[in-house]
Design a protein around this ligand. Structure first.
Ligand SMILES: Nc1ncnc2c1ncn2[C@@H]1O[C@H](COP(=O)(O)OP(=O)(O)OP(=O)(O)O)[C@@H](O)[C@H]1O
Length: 294
């Protein structure tokens, strides 16, 4: 059995004088979710476009589902689905017409197309809107239809470029559930996102792209522990942080630390445990890179 759905080695891409990708190495295990994070313009979309054969790299080896992107392009294309930043739905057609059209273009017969469209409309909670024109849909409905379209014929690897940008919290969470369901079916998912919480919630591994390099890669917990562990945070009555003390978080450690502090601090001092969040991880990792560059 193959271990990685995506294997990238020594990938370079330049646009004009700008070296957008400057030696990328990346592996994505089969059946996992990888989130690509990075500041605006870091090259996330370029990397997804290269993986999905839309853009040709200047150098590097890319295997998708075991196929070489430069030598087995068609095999790669048969292995992937892509949902880009801009919904690919035809707004003049209804939800069902959109799906049936893509089903037919994918080689399904009329009867198969009808069955598959009905399945996907139900799966993506669009059955009641099947006869409405996509142009009248909310952003969340359009995104769900877009995702349904990209899954007409299930493929082992799914690329999602900013799948929830512009969605409200409820629609975003609904889409997260769907992405996790696809993962549970064994689909490998590579997504880019501007939302750090999204990466934290969905991704098995996160790769942070900055200055053309992957500056960090690991599970959300690994990345958080790289920017520091848990701290006991003590605040005064004005809610200002007065102490930050590293802790293991165990009841014994917390009790010992508090016993010492209780002799010195007013009883109204408030205490909480703070864990690094993805925002802090992102800022620390991308700032470090900036410092190295300067
Ligand atoms: N076809 C192109 N021609 C010239 N420059 C390009 C092209 N595509 C991307 N770029 C440049 O490459 C850089 C990376 O762009 P890309 O869209 O990959 O970044 P991104 O990380 O996805 O950004 P964002 O978070 O803003 O979507 C940008 O500076 C962009 O202007």
């Amino acid at each position: 059995m193959r271990k990685y759905a995506v294997e990238i080695q020594g990938l370079y891409k330049r646009f004009g004088s700008q070296q957008v990708l400057d030696g990328i190495d990346l592996k994505v295990p089969e059946g996992s979710v990888l989130a690509l994070l990075g500041p605006n313009g870091a090259g996330k979309t370029t990397l997804v476009n290269i993986m999905s054969t839309l853009v040709t790299p200047d150098a590097g080896t890319l295997l998708i589902n075991g196929y070489d992107v430069s030598r087995e392009r068609q095999k790669v294309q048969q292995s992937i689905s892509l949902t880009g930043q801009f919904a690919a739905v035809d707004e003049v057609l209804t939800a069902e017409e959109n799906l049936r059209m893509i089903c037919r273009l994918s080689g399904l017969t009329g009867a198969e197309a009808r069955i598959r469209s009905t399945e996907l409309l139900a799966y993506f909670d669009l059955a009641s809107a099947r006869s409405k024109r996509a142009g009248t849909f909310s952003g969340g409905m359009k995104r769900r239809l877009d995702l349904a379209i990209s899954l007409v014929v299930p493929k082992p690897v799914l690329f999602l470029d900013e799948p929830t940008t512009g969605l409200d919290t409820r629609s975003r969470r609904a889409l997260w559930d769907m992405i996790l369901q696809l993962k549970s079916q064994g689909i490998t998912i590579v997504l880019t996102t501007q939302y750090l919480e999204e990466a934290d919630q969905l991704a098995d591994r996160i790769a942070v792209l900055d200055g053309g390099h992957i500056v960090a890669e690991g599970s959300p917990e690994e990345l958080k522990s790289r920017v520091g562990g848990e701290v006991l945070e003590l605040r005064n009555a004005e809610d200002e942080v007065i102490h930050r003390i590293p802790t293991s978080g165990s009841i014994g450690d917390v009790a010992n630390t508090l016993q010492e502090l209780m002799r010195q601090l007013p009883t109204e001092t408030r205490v909480g445990i703070h864990r690094p969040n993805m925002d802090e991880v992102f800022i620390a990792l991308t700032e470090k890179k900036m410092e190295e560059i300067v």
